[in-house]
Design a binder for this molecule. Structure first.
Ligand code: C5P
Length: 328
């Protein structure tokens, strides 16, 4: 009986050893492979070859870039610090109304970060497309459409300009005076340059008659209710403090969209910023080269913003495509 038990026991040990001999090398080979592939997900801040949020490449960038500041308001981060509120409320009004932020507005806000924060296993490519006339004849359409996210702004049009500007849009930045109808799959990002812009948005959302703005604004816009968000005033001030460093009264929509892109993307290609090859500042859909839309607003500092964009390109944080202005 004892002998039989021993025999059985030895047999089991033998088969265990055979399994070990077979499994261990296989495990070693596979685990080695896993270790070899792991850095894609563990070593970097994203899985692209280089990631925007990688540190240690430029002190200038590292000093400014603060990944903890969320670009969009959500119903979880609607608290606006007092100093931000005071700055933002006086942006365009000498008599600000502090109680303007209505709780109803936040009911319509997404509950969590709609752009989802970076992950080591993600490689999100984006295009931010400004409205510069340097896009005319650029043939960037395909390149722009090949990015995961395509961010456009204000009066940007694509119909009729597809070859140069592409036809894909995932995010559209606007404020009341630049509002336009959007396709149902596009994220609307409202940039509240003034508190009344939030009131306008609330009214638009509830289809109520709109408040009086200094220019005639749309009282109804077509947009996907599940894809609306508000640019966070804290992020707005962060761009003004850290990036444009108080040059100009406040940053332009283009500057805000670009820094937004730095925060939600892992790689960012920038199109449609700056003058065209003849030094004009008009929009790519305009024929009037003297329009100078962006440059003559008087509130933004175009020179400073252009310098920042060029520097971001020099240090490799963005790929800058200058269109018909010159070489990319
Ligand atoms: O003129 P608009 O504000 O609609 O343009 C959107 C953004 O595109 C601007 O805020 C600016 O950053 C950029 N732009 C530019 N050069 C132009 C026109 C617009 O850099 N000629």
């Amino acid at each position: 009986m004892v002998c039989h038990f021993r025999k059985k026991f030895h047999k089991r040990i033998k088969s265990f050893l055979v399994i070990c001999c077979f499994v261990s090398p296989t495990y070693f080979i596979y685990s080695h492979r896993l270790v070899k592939e792991e850095p894609l997900c563990l070593k970097n801040t994203c899985s692209c070859e280089t990631c925007i949020s990688d540190r240690g490449i430029s002190h200038w960038f590292d000093r400014r870039f603060n990944s903890s500041i969320q670009p969009q308001l959500t119903s979880n981060n609607e608290n606006i610090p007092r100093e931000v509120l005071l700055w933002w409320l006086t942006l365009q009004s000498r008599h600000p109304r502090v109680n303007i932020i209505h709780s109803k507005l936040f009911e319509a806000m997404p509950k969590s970060d709609p752009s989802q924060s970076a992950s080591p296993c993600r490689c999100r490519s984006c295009a931010v497309v400004g409205n510069s006339g340097n896009l005319k004849g650029s043939n960037y359409g395909e390149l722009i459409d090949s990015q995961d996210f395509v961010i456009r702004m204000n009066g940007a049009v694509t119909t009729g300009y597809e070859a140069d500007v592409g036809k894909k849009t995932t995010h559209h930045f606007m404020y009341p005076e630049s509002a336009k109808d959007l396709e149902s799959n596009v994220h609307l990002v409202l940039v509240p340059f003034k508190p009344q812009d939030l009131l306008w948005f609330m009214n638009v959302l509830s289809n109520r008659k709109n408040i009086l703005m200094y220019r005639r604004v749309k009282s109804y816009i077509k947009a996907d209710r599940d894809k609306i968000s508000i640019f966070h005033p804290t992020f707005f001030k962060y761009v003004h403090d850290e990036w444009t460093e108080h040059h100009g009264r406040y940053p332009s929509t283009g500057m805000l969209a670009l820094i937004f892109g730095l925060h939600i993307c892992d790689q960012l290609s920038v199109f449609g910023y700056g003058v065209d090859k003849d030094g004009n500042w008009h929009h790519y859909w305009e024929n009037n080269r003297l329009a100078g839309a962006f440059h003559i607003t008087g509130v933004h500092n175009a020179t400073c913003e252009t310098r920042i964009i060029s520097h971001l390109a020099e240090i490799g944080k963005i790929q800058l495509y200058r269109g018909r202005h010159g070489a990319s």
